[in-house]
Design a protein around this ligand. Sequence first.
Ligand code: ADP
Ligand code: MG
Length: 458
Amino acid sequence: MIVPQSSDLEAQWAQVRSLLRAEVGDTAFSTWLKPLLALGIEGDRGLVSVPTQFMRDWVAAHYADRIRSLWNGVNTQVRSINLVVQTKGASGTIVNREQPPLRVVEPQQRPVNDTPDELSVQLDPRFTFENFVVGKPNEFAVAAAERIATSPKPPFNPLFLYGGVGLGKTHLMHAIGHRFLQIDPSKKIVFMTAEKFMYQFVRALRIKETITFKEMFRSVDLLMVDDVQFISGKDSTQEEFFHTFNTLVDRGKQIVISADRSPSDLSGLEERIRSRLGWGLVADIHPTTYELRLGILQAKAEQLQSDVPQRVLEFLAARITSNVRELEGALNRMVHQASLTNRAVSVEMAQEILHDLLRANDRRVTIEEIQRAVAEHYQMKLSDLTGPRRSRAIARPRQAAMYLCKQLTPRSLPEIGKKFGSRDHTTVMHAVRQIEKLIADDRQLADDVELLKRRLMS
Ligand code: ADP
Ligand code: MG
C-alpha cells in the first residue's frame, strides 16, 4: 500500500527538488528532473514517477542516487527510491507501464575519472583511407583529413567536415584516427558522437565536485566529435563544448568536427560558437557523381571477391544516386541473393530485387509540386505560401512546405528560401526545426506531414 501523506509528501518533494536544482543547475534540472513526481512513500521506499522509459534510464544512471540521498536527508524514513514509468494515457489519465519499477538502494560508486579509452568509440578497421574511394566530390575533404592525420601540429583547427547522409564523414574520421595512431601509437584519441558528448556532459555535471568536463579531455591529442548538429539547442552543453573546444585548441590539440550542414547553417548554435567552428578549415563532401559511384562499386565488389559484371555496376551507379550507404547496401543484397540462389548477378536481377530502391531513387519531387500539394491540402492559395502574410493559419503550412522541400528534394536552404518569396535561408532553417519540434507532440500536424509526404512520393 502506498501511503500518500499528501501535503507532507509535497513539502518533502518540493525540498528535494530545490536541492536538486541547486546541485545540477537549471538546464539539467528542467530537462531531466522537473517532470518527476513523488507518488508516495511505501515502507522505507520513496516512489517517483518518470514519464518515459528513456528518462527513467537516464535518471537512474545519473540522478537516482542523489534523489535518494537528498530525500533521506529530508525524511530519514526514505532509504531507497523506486522509479516508476507512468505515461499520460489518451484521456489524460496516468497509465502505469508494464516495466517493473526500478529500485535504487545503495549509494552507487561510480568511477570518477573516465579514461579517454572509455569515452571513445572503437575505430572500425574497415574505415581506412585505403578503403575510401577518392573522386571530385570528396577529394578536398580527403586531402584535408590526410593532412590532419599526418601533421605533428594542427595545420588548421578545427577541421570541420560536412555533407549529406551517407557520404563518408564518419568513415573519414575513423580513417584519420587510424593514420594518426599508425604514425604515433602513443597518441590519445577521443572519437565520440555529439550525443555521447552530451551524455558525458550531463554526467560530469553530476560529479562536478571532483572533475570538470574539460579535464576529462586533458590527455587527449585528437578529439573528434561526429554529427554536431545534435548539439544545437542545449545551452549549457554548448557552453561546455565551447570551453572544452577552446581549451584543447589552446593546448595545441587537434579537433575534428562533422555535421550534416555547414557551420553557418547550424542555426541552433550560438553565433560565437558557430563562427569559431568556421575558423579552421571547412571541407564539404559533395553529393556523389556517377564516376565516383562506379569507382566505389568496383572497389566494394573487389572486397567482396565477387564477380559482378561491369554492366551491373554501371547500372547501379547510374540508378542509385542517393548516397553511398544505399549503394553499398544494394550491391550487398545482390551478391547475397546470387549466392543464395546460385544465380549470376545480372541487371535483370537488380531490377527484380532492388525494385523499391530503384523507384525511390527515380522519384524527383520538385519544390513546386510540394507547394501545390500543401496548398491543396490546407485549402489555401498557392500565392499565400510564397507571399508575405504571417498569420498562423498561413505560416504553419508554409513552414510545413519548407520542411517537406528540405526532406524530399536535394535543394539547399537558400534555394528553397528563394522559391518561397525570396525568404532568407535562416527562415527556412527555422521552419525545418520548428516543424521537427512540433511533430513530436502535435499528432494532427504529424499526420498531415506524413500524408503529404506519402502523396508526393508515390
Ligand atoms: P556519413 O557519416 O557521412 O553519413 P558514412 O561515413 O557512415 O557516412 O558512410 C556510409 C557508408 O558509405 C560507409 O559504409 C562508408 O564506408 C561508405 N562510403 C562513403 N563514401 C565512401 C567512399 N568514397 N569510398 C568508400 N566507401 C564510402
Ligand atoms: Mg556519420
